[in-house]
Every structure is written in structure tokens, then in C-alpha cells.
Design a protein around this ligand. Structure first.
Ligand SMILES: C[S@@+](CC[C@H](N)C(=O)[O-])C[C@H]1O[C@@H](n2cnc3c(N)ncnc32)[C@H](O)[C@@H]1O
Length: 233
């Protein structure tokens, strides 16, 4: 491991706005803020918004600055990326945001039915391994358990196959699609969505890639993936 990473990991352990629960401990006992993040951590009754696979946390920090009357949690497994987000909330005194370093697989040990909106920003597309995608039925059913009624999921991706896979899942499972475009930057939605670009989004836009956006309600339980689909050989 590089020296820079080690220094960041050590500093991460000192941040008040970064939680690094051990996976083993979470398997035994739920996170102490589960079900009461707004009341017990943020000290208010504001709505709670999550960003999953937040990387350096640009979306979490950007949204928190735009919407001071909501609370934001960014989640990722990579501490060296989260470091940048935590530094930003600390330097700019963004008191309505924090970060959790954990596997998203453990999300139900950390949150209860208390989340109003989930952002999945530029998740790994996992070609040929659909079950690993953060928008596969296994993950969406986990999100369903922590979302309030009419809670929404928003997906931003440069990967058309991942977008199409998620959109097809939503349609096949009777989910309510709210907004949908396979070319965000040439869509009216572009002026409506928050003008925030993540590290990956900046890179993809510079490369001339189209950005897809999909938002939907998790109003139904999703069926498991069929054993053999194009993305799930
Ligand atoms: C392609 S990056 C995108 C990062 C950021 N959202 C952006 O747009 O710049 C995907 C991120 O998801 C995180 N990630 C992927 N699978 C994860 C999982 N199961 N649990 C936690 N983090 C995960 C990775 O660590 C990585 O930072």
C-alpha cells in the first residue's frame, strides 16, 4: 500500500463525519444510528438522502450544499476516495453530510426505513455479471427495505447496457419510472437535475460519452434475475 494511502487511512480514523463500522461487528449487531440517523446524528427530523458508491463524494457534498434542509450520507468501501469527501465537508463546514465506509451489501444493518432518496452515481457496470450490479434485484430489494413509502432511486451512468438493464428491470417489475433519458446532456432534464459532476462523470463527459439518467419508485418487490440473461451468463 502507498504511503499516501496509509496517511489518509490514519487521518480517516480521526474524522467525526466518517463512520467505518467493521463488517464483522455489523453482522452481529446493527449500526447504532440505524433508523435514527437524522435524529441521533444530525440532530433534526430532516429527510435523509443516500449516495451509494459515492467515491470522492462530490454528489453528496454538492447536494448537501444545495439542500441544507436535508441530510446526506455518502457510502463507499474505498477509504482513500472517501477521504476527499470528508475533507470537503470538514473544510466547508457542511453540517448536513457525512460518510460511511462499508460494503453496500450491509446497507440493511446500517439504515432502516428512513431514507427518502438513493443516488447511485456511475456504478461499476460489471459486464457479464449482472448480479453484481448495484441495480440488480438483490440490491434493489435491499434498498426497498430502507426507503420510506414513495422513496426514489436515481441512477446516473455512462454505461448504456447498465441503464437499459435497470430500465428493463423497472418495467418488468412494474416499478414507477419518474424520469428517464439515455442522453441527459441533450435532454430537458439536464437543466432540472442538480448541476453536479462526479469524478467519473467529468471524465466520461470529456471523452464525449453520453450520460444516462433514470429515476424510479421501488413500489414493488423485484423478481430475481432469470438464470440466463444476456448480462447474467
Ligand atoms: C466507478 S466508481 C464511481 C465513483 C463515484 N460515484 C463517481 O461517479 O465518481 C464506483 C464506486 O463504487 C464503489 N463500490 C462498488 N461496489 C461497492 C460495494 N459493494 N460497496 C461499497 N462500495 C462499492 C467503489 O469503491 C467505487 O468508488
Amino acid at each position: 500500500m502507498g504511503k499516501k494511502k496509509l496517511i489518509r487511512f490514519r487521518e480517516n480514523a480521526t474524522f467525526e463525519r466518517l463512520f467505518e463500522p467493521s463488517a464483522l461487528k455489523l453482522l452481529e449487531i446493527d449500526h447504532h444510528f440505524k433508523g435514527k440517523w437524522s435524529a441521533d446524528f444530525f440532530g433534526n427530523d430532516h429527510k435523509l438522502v443516500l449516495e451509494l458508491g459515492c467515491g470522492r463524494g462530490e454528489y453528496t457534498v454538492g447536494l448537501a450544499k444545495m439542500f441544507p434542509d436535508k441530510n446526506f450520507v455518502g457510502m463507499d468501501i474505498k477509504g482513500s476516495r472517501l477521504y476527499h469527501g470528508v475533507k470537503a465537508v470538514q473544510n466547508d463546514s457542511v453540517n448536513n453530510a457525512c460518510f460511511v465506509r462499508s460494503q453496500i451489501e450491509l446497507i440493511n444493518k446500517i439504515f432502516d426505513r428512513e431514507v427518502t432518496e438513493i443516488w447511485v452515481t456511475f456504478p461499476d457496470p460489471y459486464p457479464g455479471k449482472a448480479h453484481r450490479r448495484l441495480t440488480s434485484p438483490v440490491f434493489l430489494n435491499r434498498y426497498r427495505q430502507i426507503l420510506v413509502e414513495n422513496g426514489t432511486v436515481c441512477l446516473k451512468t455512462d454505461d448504456y447496457d447498465l441503464y437499459d438493464f435497470t430500465r428493463t428491470l423497472a418495467l418488468d417489475n412494474g416499478l414507477r419510472i419518474i424520469d428517464d433519458t439515455d442522453d441527459l446532456y441533450n435532454s430537458l432534464l439536464h437543466s432540472v437535475l442538480p448541476p453536479i459532476q462526479t469524478t467519473y462523470e467529468k471524465r466520461f463527459v470529456q471523452e464525449g460519452k453520453k450520460i444516462c439518467f433514470l429515476s424510479f419508485n421501488l413500489n414493488n418487490q423485484l423478481k430475481p434475475l432469470a438464470k440466463k440473461t444476456a448480462g447474467n451468463p
